[in-house]
Design a protein around this ligand. Structure first.
Ligand code: NAD
Length: 491
């Protein structure tokens, strides 16, 4: 499969290629072309040339095309779900019931949002002038996305950008580019003009770095690790590009002593295992009141033992593989080291027919010290660390004891505790008595080292538009009253 530039599939100028591997079997799903510097230049040029007409299209025209786009995607939903499962190792239930319908709903949402930009009322804020606000597209967006939710991350970057009248060059992760290409292809099928959405399929250190530094890119929107996010910030400084960064996470899952324990146990299992734990908002640090701690640990460990690992395309599979053997070895290494300082329940690399894939079993690391590696660093695997607390102050302190601030949950039936937790936990989202659900109307984005800016919702339209003030003189007088402050010769 080749990249998608200016409405057509193109091999890379260098002709370099790379295999996309199915993490559940180790077999090759497709071979893709690898973009280099010349391809980035072509894609940015296509986006630049498409910008004037696309940014001048009426909101109604853009909305109409996005509505058709949703219909095209619905017709290709099963094809996209299968491809997403194969390239990213996701269980087919997850891609059929979450990734693909969520993406189609996002497209429909932004079809509506395109027509609903809001701003301050035009008016006479000075008696001699009328002021109005224009909300304009920024230009060419350079976007880089990760491998964990390839389709959804592409959609979250592309949709608000183009709904607001920008054009975009997206570089998906080099190991999972296939559904981003299909997404752009479907947009063309719906009538979205050539050059509005361009996908380049290269490595981060080459194509990504080139895109970030391209002088004709007006804004960088990045989802990925905090370490690479820092590089993106540095690159943006070269030509003062606008920035939107969605980075790592280490979500706390706080269970107070009055919580519904059964609900918390179910929530912890689903919230930590979604996408095999390769989710920036996944529950990773279970902070549990000491009175419930033992039962919570036993309950989660028991449910973990019942989770079915299996082939990604089997609808009975609960948990798929990790993205690669390298990543599995990283997760296994962190759990191996945890044996030295905590109580590890479950875990391990399954054998038999799963041995060819990068599978790792659900793992609960109980009694993990707050300063241990498993509690502080992103594992990005099916691993939950658990620790007890004794009072509410300690729970909030532990929840905030992380450089990240993307998502969190608080489990309690006490409204006052919920109010305190939701205001004092420093993260972009706090769920109460649940963990994970997202919805097109509501924003997703972080605080602290989880980045800044919002995906989804009308808040994301703010990221991709710039506010312009236009001020009209109402007097028609040559020597205006305020000129006295500067010079008096004609007064
Ligand atoms: P990553 O940072 O390694 O890679 C992300 C993207 O950056 C890829 O496309 C990669 O090719 C590119 N890249 C890598 N090095 C680059 C460089 N030097 N210059 C330019 N581009 C470069 O992250 P990943 O491993 O793909 O994804 C996992 C990370 O993403 C985790 O930290 C996770 O928390 C984070 N994430 C965050 C969110 C969010 O919404 N906050 C969502 C999903 C994933």
């Amino acid at each position: 499969m080749s990249q998608f530039i200016n409405g057509i599939h193109r091999e890379s100028v260098s002709g370099e290629k790379s295999d996309i591997i199915d993490p559940s079997t180790g077999s090759t799903v497709a071979t893709v072309t690898l973009a280099g510097s010349d391809d980035v230049k072509l894609a940015v040029l296509a986006a630049r040339e498409a910008f004037p007409a696309w940014s001048r299209a009426t909101p109604g025209e853009r909305s109409g095309l996005l509505t058709k786009f949703a219909t095209v995607l619905e017709g290709r939903a099963e094809e996209i779900a299968q491809l997403e499962s194969r390239q990213a190792g996701k269980p087919i239930r997850l891609t059929r019931e979450f990734d693909v319908p969520g993406t189609i709903d996002n497209v429909s949402f932004f079809a509506g949002a395109a027509r609903n930009l809001e701003g301050k009322a035009t008016g006479e804020y000075s008696p001699d002038h009328t002021s109005s606000i224009r909300r304009e597209a920024i230009g060419v967006i350079g976007s880089i996305s990760p491998w964990n939710y390839p389709l959804q991350m592409a959609a979250w970057k592309i949709l608000p950008a183009i709904a607001a009248g920008n054009t975009i060059v997206l570089k998906p992760a080099e190991i999972t580019p296939l559904t981003s290409i299909l997404f752009a292809e479907a947009a063309k099928e719906a009538g979205i003009p050539d050059g509005v959405i361009n996908i380049i399929t290269g490595r981060g250190s080459t194509a990504g770095a080139e895109l970030m530094r391209h002088p004709d890119v007006d804004m960088l929107s990045f989802t990925g690790s905090t370490a690479v996010g820092r590089l993106v910030m540095e690159a943006a400084a070269t030509t003062a590009k606008r920035l939107h960064l969605e980075l790592g996470g280490k979500a706390p899952f706080v269970v107070f002593d009055d919580a519904d324990l059964e609900a918390a146990i179910h929530g912890a299992v689903a919230g930590s295992l979604i996408n095999t734990g390769q989710d920036c908002t996944a529950a990773t640090r279970a902070i549990i009141h000491r009175s419930l701690y033992k039962d919570f640990v036993d309950g989660v460990a028991e449910l973990y033992s019942k989770v079915r690992l299996g082939p990604t395309l089997d609808p009975a599979t609960d948990l798929g593989p990790l993205i690669s053997m390298d990543h599995r070895d990283k997760v296994a290494g962190m759990v191996d080291r945890a044996h030295g300082y905590a109580r590890v329940l479950g875990g391990g690399i399954p054998g038999g027919e799963l041995a060819a894939g990068s599978y790792y079993a659900p793992t609960l690391v109980a009694d993990a010290p707050a300063d241990s590696e498993i509690v502080r660093d992103e594992v990005f695997g099916p691993v939950l660390a658990a620790m007890p607390f004794d009072d509410d102050n300690e729970a909030i302190r532990l929840a905030n004891d992380t450089p990240y601030g993307l998502a969190a949950s608080a489990w309690t039936k006490d409204i006052y505790r919920a109010l305190r937790a939701t205001s004092e936990i420093r993260s972009g989202c706090v769920w109460v008595n649940d963990h994970i659900p997202i919805i097109s109307e509501m924003p997703h984005g972080g605080m602290k080292e989880s980045g800044f800016g919002k995906d989804m919702s009308t808040y994301s339209m703010d990221e991709y538009t710039v506010v312009k003030h236009v001020m009209y003189d109402r007097t028609g007088i040559a020597a205006k009253d305020w000129h006295r402050t500067i010079f008096t010769a004609t007064q």
